[in-house]
Design a protein around this ligand. Structure first.
Ligand code: BGP
Length: 458
């Protein structure tokens, strides 16, 4: 138990909302320097200018009855290229945290959400163990400076998606050896962060934040069932097994051995790994995945969504397929509310820790009417169905401690611009026209405001 009222609120990340990329000493991150194949979508340089609008944005969330907000700090605002601390970055986030606390909104802070400092990336990124040291210097600053006010921390956003996704976007090396060195270094960095948080933050709680999609077999064919178990390990459990069970998953390790990679816990890290565990699991959920077992020489499936690691393939291991029983959203993401219940229950069975749902939401093409309304009934339905799945998981014994949908406010999608919107709050800009970036509550905002009021007596 976290001894905390249920967290009702929403979620965002720094680089997708703040903008202000050259302001107050911010250094470039991999999100600022990454190659862009498609220049018709918005980049992060202005985003939704949350850097200058956070007071107004938080006020709207307070009026939505939110009692928690998941944010991230931008590493590149706080640490200069030479490793020194940027006081202006600390000052900015002091204002952010103090504004949230003044509104009775609990900040839940992700230390790092896809925005590695570019200087570290140039030196090898997570492939290079020096990045562990750099991360620890940064997190020490965070825990020492904000630990009096921030009690809930999340480590590295979705290391599993970082490994599985497009390497150019998230700054992971694209060789298998590079990927799995990055895996190890991120997992070790996270363990140190657990340790630091518990030492430095009075009453501090910290958790990992993977993206969990339970993996289904396409059929009851035993080979397909095996493929699903195996891909569950590769996609989901290899990360939480390290964080929570303090072990390298044996199926994962054996698979890497077949790829010629010897992954093992170094003797100097063994005690660190064994002795440092999280207090809860941050849980990002959008969809499930489905796989079959590919026979020798069998080709990759055609037409599988390229989103959320659905289009995966490793010969003689697993092959991503389209689930014939599920529908897709406007951006080709599979929608599966029941899968949320299953994913929560499977995670609970394995780890038995409290879970805070730190992302869940629907990317859609929202439109504002002439009278400034946004009728996003489809998002309300999506969230209603997913919330019902959370309730069912709780009834089956899962200790869910919060529901923080993605996202509090419209933001720039990781690779699809602002045409793909997630927020409860609409931001009036398009991919190529900044307009005045005024904020408007969507219908889903008023719906969630009622839900929170009814369910939390707020
Ligand atoms: C998660 C990321 C978020 C967010 C979300 C939606 O994996 O943690 O940063 O962007 O996915 O993804 P997208 O922006 O690609 O629609």
């Amino acid at each position: 138990m976290l001894n905390q009222p249920f967290f009702w609120g929403a979620s965002l990340s720094a680089h997708q909302t703040e903008g202000a990329v050259n302001i107050d000493g911010k250094q470039p991150s991999v999100q600022d320097t990454r190659p862009r194949n498609n220049h018709t979508i918005a980049d992060f340089s202005i985003a939704v200018d949350h850097y200058h609008h956070f007071n107004e944005d938080f006020q709207m969330l307070a009026e939505m009855n939110a009692n928690a907000l998941r944010i991230s700090f931008a590493w590149t605002r706080i640490i200069n290229q030479d490793g020194s601390v940027n006081q202006l970055g600390l000052d900015h986030y002091d204002q952010v945290i103090n504004a949230l606390l003044a509104l009775d909104i609990t900040p839940i802070v992700t230390t790092y959400h896809f925005d590695l400092p570019d200087t570290l990336q140039q030196a090898g990124g997570w492939h290079n163990p020096a990045t562990i040291e750099a991360y620890l210097q940064y997190t020490r600053v965070l825990f020492e400076h904000f630990g009096d006010r921030v009690k809930y921390w999340l480590t590295i956003n979705e290391p599993n998606i970082m490994l599985l996704a497009d390497t150019k976007i998230l700054g992971i090396h694209d060789t298998n050896e590079g990927r799995y060195k990055s895996y190890y270094n991120m997992m070790i960095a996270e363990k140190y962060a657990f340790q630091q948080c518990h030492e430095l933050v009075p009453e501090g709680k910290i958790g990992p934040v993977p993206n969990i999609s339970y993996v289904y077999p396409l059929s009851s064919k035993p080979e397909d069932v095996r493929a699903a178990l195996d891909f569950n390990v590769i996609r989901n459990w290899a990360y939480l097994d390290f964080s929570v069970r303090c072990q390298l998953n044996p199926v994962f390790k054996a698979h890497l051995e077949k790829l010629g990679i010897d992954l093992h816990i170094l003797p100097e890290h063994q005690a660190l790994v064994d002795e440092n565990r999280p207090d809860f699991i941050g849980f990002n959920y959008y969809t499930t995945a489905t796989v079959s077992f590919p026979q020798a020489g069998e080709a990759r499936s055609a037409g599988v969504s390229d989103q959320q690691s659905e289009d995966v393939y490793e010969p003689n291991f697993y092959k991503g397929v389209t689930n014939p029983y599920l529908t897709k959203n406007a951006f080709n993401w599979t929608v599966d509310p029941l899968g949320l219940q299953t994913s929560l229950e499977q995670t609970n069975d394995r780890y038995g820790l409290p879970i805070i749902i730190t992302e869940n939401g629907l990317g859609a093409y929202d439109e504002m009417t002439d009278d400034y309304k946004i009728h996003d009934q489809y998002r309300i339905e999506y969230l209603q169905q997913h919330l019902a799945a959370v309730d069912a998981a709780i009834a089956n014994g899962v200790e869910v401690q919060g529901y923080l949908p993605w996202s509090s406010i419209d933001l720039i999608s990781v690779h699809e611009g602002i045409r793909k919107r997630y927020g409860f709050i609409y931001v009036d800009r398009t991919d190529d026209d900044l307009k005045e970036m005024k904020r408007y509550p969507k219908d889903s905002y008023y719906w969630f405001q009622r839900v929170i009021k009814e369910r939390s007596n707020r």
